[in-house]
Design a protein around this ligand. Structure first.
Ligand SMILES: Nc1ncnc2c1ncn2[C@@H]1O[C@H](COP(=O)(O)OP(=O)(O)O)[C@@H](O)[C@H]1O
Ligand SMILES: [Mg+2]
Length: 325
């Protein structure tokens, strides 16, 4: 999408669901998504808010739509591996919240496992920083002499607990089970599902000229059965590299289709989560929006055409499907 169209959309970036829209139903505001609770189900509304280092910093036009649609695209391509939380239109009288609103979906409310299940294919990001500093990576001892961004022979699971305070704590799978946070059998299922999802994601991304470098899943249970919840393989929950020329090995010429350049812009100005955050100039918001749209188009192979938010469709969904019991 060209920068001028994005610039024109800046004033319409979506801050989130107004309080009154929830009509007194329980409303939880995540960093990015607003969640309205109904009987056994949730309406997830993705705003255009962007967070980095656990702080909400600005809005990026089209971001919420990109995230919602990328997730739906991947859920449809992985449901044979593990069932997910999406409620299909066939169970909603044919209504399709996503196509009606561009940024809302109705999901089954899961009993969430309080763990961010991170799967990594390459030694980069925080794993590289830990490794370089001589620390173990989520309790895993890696061989010495590995190069930055090198590929692991097998995907590495580096879970962290989802802390109420906002900052996540890395733990090993054994520790999760030992501490009683996750039952051993459930963890086994989660670990297997996460690896299979990542490998599937990686293979499909590869066909589109992208590397799914690493990603994060959130699982839950429903009637005792494992389901994949939250989001999947989005540019917020994953690292994606685009390789010019379609090389299979990452190199310095790669283009990052995720939040990494935004994080770097902040870090270059001395912000890594503490103290006052810098004001985000429109130029950075436009550049970031273009990157999200580019990610959508690269991942799905489709041209991004924003649906634009219909508040009427959203109000109808809220009224029809999230009435309190
Ligand atoms: N199917 C589900 N059932 C229950 N909770 C869910 C489900 N899917 C996602 N969630 C939760 O909804 C919230 C989504 O909002 P988000 O902006 O990602 O929040 P956060 O700031 O916690 O990352 C998260 O807390 C996530 O764990
Ligand atoms: Mg989240």
């Amino acid at each position: 999408m060209d920068p001028r169209s994005i610039a024109a959309a800046l004033p319409y970036a979506y801050e989130g669901l107004p309080d009154k829209a929830a009509g007194g139903r329980p409303l939880y505001r995540g960093k990015v998504r607003d969640v309205v609770e109904g009987p056994g189900r949730l309406l997830l509304v993705a705003s255009d808010r962007i967070s980095a280092y656990d702080r909400i910093l600005s809005t990026i036009p089209f971001k919420g739509e990109v995230l919602t649609r990328v997730s739906a695209w991947w859920f449809a391509r992985t449901s044979d591996i593990v069932p997910n939380h999406m409620i299909p239109p066939s169970e909603l009288g044919g209504r399709d919240p996503l196509s009606e609103t561009g940024r809302a979906c109705l999901v089954r409310k899961a009993d969430m496992v309080p763990v961010e299940v991170v799967v990594r294919g390459f030694l980069t990001g925080s794993a590289w920083r830990d490794y370089q500093a001589g620390r173990r990576v989520s309790g895993i001892d890696l061989p010495s002499g590995l190069a930055r961004d090198s590929e692991f022979p097998e995907p590495l699971l580096t879970p962290s607990t989802k802390e109420a305070s906002g900052h996540d704590r890395p733990v090993s799978g054994e520790e999760l089970v030992r501490s009683g946070l996750v039952d051993a059998d459930l963890w086994d299922q989660i670990a297997r599902a996460a690896r299979a999802l990542y490998l599937r994601g990686r293979r499909i991304a590869r066909e589109h000229g992208l590397i799914l470098v690493d990603t994060k899943y959130e699982f839950g249970t429903l009637d005792g059965r494992l389901i994949l919840a939250d989001e999947i393989h989005t540019p917020d929950s994953s690292r994606y590299w685009r390789l010019p020329g379609g090389d299979s090995a990452p190199d310095g010429a790669r283009r990052e289709l995720d939040k990494e350049s935004f994080r770097r812009w902040l870090a270059d100005r001395g912000f890594t989560g503490d103290g006052p955050a810098p004001e985000i100039p429109d130029g950075i918001r436009i550049e970031t929006a273009a990157r999200y749209v580019e990610a959508y188009e690269a991942i799905t192979g489709e041209v991004f055409e924003p649906a634009g938010l219909s508040t009427q469709a959203l109000d109808e969904l809220l009224a029809e499907w999230t009435l309190a019991v």
